[in-house]
Design a protein around this ligand. Sequence first.
Ligand SMILES: Nc1nc2c(ncn2[C@@H]2O[C@H](COP(=O)(O)OP(=O)(O)OP(=O)(O)O)[C@@H](O)[C@H]2O)c(=O)[nH]1
Ligand SMILES: [Mg+2]
Length: 431
Amino acid sequence: MFLDRAKIWVRAGDGGDGAATFRREAHVPRGGPDGGDGGRGGSVYMRVDPGQTTLADFRFKHHFKAPAGGKGSGSKRHGKAGGDLELAVPPGTGVIDETSGDLLADLVATGQRVMIARGGRGGLGNVHFATATHRTPLHAQKGEPAEERWIRLELRLIADVGLVGLPNAGKSTLLAALTAATPKIAPYPFTTLEPNLGILDLEAIDPTDPRRPTIADVPGLIEGASSGAGLGHAFLRHVERTRVLVHVVDIAARDPEADHAIIRDELRLHDPRLLEKPFLVVANKTDLTDAADNLKAFLAARRREGLAAVAVSALTGKGLPELIGALGRLLPDAAAMAEPPEPTGVVVHRFETTSEGFAVEREGEAFRVRGKRIERLAAQTDFGNDESAERFQRDLVRWGIERELRRAGVEPGDMVRIGAVELEWGAEPWA
Ligand SMILES: Nc1nc2c(ncn2[C@@H]2O[C@H](COP(=O)(O)OP(=O)(O)OP(=O)(O)O)[C@@H](O)[C@H]2O)c(=O)[nH]1
Ligand SMILES: [Mg+2]
């Protein structure tokens, strides 16, 4: 089953909580603090696996979650880190943040890997909070909550050569003749319903040529394909990134000249840049008797157009060596072939960086404090622990947030929201 779009939900692992424990010592009721840190949560990554050609793995499974970090414990023992989760996707997968619509990454090269949800940091144990004046801190940080997001995946196949043409022209037959692929072939239109990929081994033909271009056979295009007619439209984007386009024409058809014009028009309407790619016209089915008359005129017209053209029979194999030779000349050299085709797989990756700033705003009757750092601190504070809560309040003062809240008109009893945390403004000034 070929699948070129998917929507998934990913969540990294939360950080483990830090511990607030104390050494046991003879004669001392409470020894020094020895609470270890929580482990970091696992992150979720996406990695290119050249063995995959579709997003079918995401057809039934849409939720992916990395494990949380372990809690810290006494004797300064750190919690275990949560393992990272890696999702394999085929080359050509665009990773889009569903909420913002931002392209997070365009994964094209083998082995390329990108983090799509960051695991939470482990909370610090109470050993970190002992000071000369406060030797027995009860405070330890909670683990940082993990990132989660909806992700849209959009595959645009990365093939070196794309076979296009009207239905029944012989594209699949040609793919089968050139490669080890075994696509379905039948004497009626719309046999191919999803793209097939094959590899042309040029070394088998010329031992000095190490290139192994991939060839994609996409469902037949019909007039109007670019605006949605037939099946072709959904698949035209799969030839957007090919290096060379091969147009297969049934030369035994009633009007190959008109067929050629239809395909060129549809490609241009989908994206004019498609016609700027190296282009090879293959006049197929030359074994059929009615082919001879059409063929000469057809090839001459292509020459006038400045397009490379060859005559073959995908069925008998006649003309295939010439076709392979022509393809070899249109494809870039081995060094360039090792690089992914354009666009060059730029990773746009837009994770917001941790900002030190904050903002206070009204939210109905309540107040909201926004800011990466303060939101994280709130999430990592255990407000059930008096010492931790006091510590948080001191930080609000230290960072000038308390002053800003007063300026905004906060009164005792008002609700103050920070991230997912809700606090009631106390009658006693915080600090
Ligand atoms: N005589 C002859 N028949 C051919 C040749 N190439 C393909 N055919 C036949 O044409 C018919 C269509 O071939 P396919 O390869 O399925 O055509 P396609 O372009 O992939 O068609 P769709 O998948 O429907 O777009 C089949 O019956 C093939 O056997 C050829 O060179 N000569
Ligand atoms: Mg086909």
